[in-house]
Design a binder for this molecule. Structure first.
Ligand code: ARG
Length: 467
């Protein structure tokens, strides 16, 4: 491609370290789409004849077909996807192929391809996250009144409803979707026309290519256009946070499935057995979803580290943006899909959840709150009285509601019989009707609201898709 000045071929190791075709072939669709838009613009601007333009487009369509049918021969000698496609185009249509690269460089070309790829990845992931939210909402409806222990420090804190717990993740994934959407909106500018770095002397129209490719506008600065990869960083950052959320849920699934908890069970479809212990049902999909987070965070560190020392503009280092990007996107897609599957698959064990929720004085706060509301004690004093009663019950090895009225009155004389009505887990959750609280009535309402906030939206229009 740059043979004019070169007499010798590259050293074998040079070819090896330089080649990106092993991974950037994944950009083929974006590369061809971008080339077609560029070709149309060149023809419209009178830079290319209509005849050459149609030969190029016909050739590109055939290249795409060859790649998609698996017949295309990728060559490491041709370094990357851009040169592989162009070389094949030249085989197919002859010298006219050499005109496609007018007013373009691989620098704006690759920046374009990666932008389109990230945009496509977001357009795949966003509905997958919506589907995961839908799965969580479905199960939250089913388990709106199912009582489980709420934990802080992984110590039983207060009774909550399982539906409420699941809806917490719906909120997190909603924000994750928002971050992806923000990233998409910011990346949606076209770098085409920047050429190598400084722009082009040809009468090009970058607005035309931007519009044809579904971008909002061309990028304002050619140096920025070829040298930043902030959209890759932003995407992986959003992916990292999504993965962190997925990982926390995955960790909970692992805990809930464990024998000491037995809060939920996953079916055969989402567990594996052990080759030595016949009784085992391992939640591998949850464990792997948790582990993928490590890879995605690794990609984030990799991309930031690759970029941080680079002077403007394009540096070959940037070729290394793709593997972390692809790996982060692949890992996240797997994790989101596996999680949606597990959420739909899991079966709760309400008896077990309720039993654990009832133990360990989980309604102690309800007693303190009752002392505030009924007796008028300041909360700090109510807390102290309740603590004393919990101590007495613990010494006797009984629950709070098993203390007699006389025993309670010995600590706080104004306690009366009505106190027992707040000492059940059902009363505890039902009472938490404050905005965003765990009561079954709230959860039933919140599932409806979540549906209209997150699921009811019209699907994104096809506009702006990369292919
Ligand atoms: N394969 C290269 C990359 O991924 C394409 C750009 C090459 N540009 C250059 N000036 N060598 O970054």
């Amino acid at each position: 491609m740059w043979g004019g000045r070169y007499k010798l071929g590259p050293a074998e190791i040079m070819e090896k370290i330089n080649a990106s075709i092993g991974f950037d072939r994944r950009l083929y669709a974006q590369d061809i789409t971008g080339s077609i838009a560029h070709c149309d613009m060149l023809v419209a601007q009178g830079i290319l004849t209509a005849k050459d333009g149609s030969a190029i487009k016909r050739g590109l369509a055939q290249v795409r077909e060859e790649i998609e049918s698996g017949r295309f021969k990728f060559s490491t000698k041709l370094e990357d996807i851009h040169m592989n496609v162009e070389a094949r185009l030249a085989d197919l249509i002859g010298p006219a192929a050499g005109r496609l690269h007018t007013a373009r460089s691989r620098n704006d070309q690759v920046a374009l391809d990666v932008r389109l790829w990230v945009r496509d990845a977001i357009d795949r992931l966003e509905p997958m996250l919506a589907d995961l939210q839908a799965a969580l909402i479905e199960r939250a409806e089913e388990y709106a009144a199912t009582i489980m222990p709420g934990f802080t420090h992984l110590q039983t804190a207060q009774p909550i409803t399982f539906g409420h717990h699941l809806l917490a993740y719906v909120e997190m994934f909603g924000r994750d979707r928002g971050r992806l959407t923000d990233c998409r909106a910011r990346l949606n500018e076209s770098p085409l026309g920047a050429a190598a770095l400084a722009g082009s002397p040809h009468p090009i129209d970058p607005r035309k290519t931007a519009k044809a490719l579904g971008f909002d506008r061309p990028m304002a600065n050619s140096l920025d256009a070829v040298s930043d990869r902030d959209y890759v960083v932003e995407f992986i950052a959003a992916a990292s946070l999504t993965a962190v959320h997925l990982s926390r849920l995955a960790e909970e699934i692992v805990i809930w499935c464990s024998a000491p908890f037995r809060f939920i069970a996953l079916s055969d479809a989402f567990t594996t057995g052990s080759s030595i212990m016949p009784q085992k049902r391992n939640p591998d999909a949850a464990e792997l979803t948790r582990a993928k987070t490590g890879r995605i965070l690794g990609s984030f560190v990799a991309i930031c580290t690759i970029l941080k020392g680079l002077p403007l503009t394009y540096q070959k280092d940037m070729q290394e943006d793709k593997e972390p990007l692809f790996d982060a996107a692949d890992s996240l897609e797997l994790g989101v899909a596996a999680m949606a599957g597990m959420i739909r698959d899991l079966k709760a064990n309400p008896q077990r959840m309720r039993a654990v929720a009832s133990a360990d004085y989980s309604v102690a706060t309800d007693l303190a709150d009752w002392l505030v509301r009924k007796v008028g004690l300041p909360f700090r004093q109510a807390h102290h009285v309740t603590g004393t009663l919990v101590g007495i019950a613990a010494d006797k090895g009984v629950d709070l509601d098993k203390l007699s009225l006389t025993e309670m009155q010995a600590v706080e004389p104004s306690i009366d019989r009505s106190v027992y009505s707040v000492l059940t887990v059902e009363a505890s959750v039902a009472a938490r009707k404050s905005l965003g609280g765990t009561s079954p009535a709230n959860v039933a309402r919140a599932t409806k609201e979540a549906r209209s906030r997150f699921i009811g939206k019209a699907p994104r229009s096809a506009k702006g898709r990369g292919r």
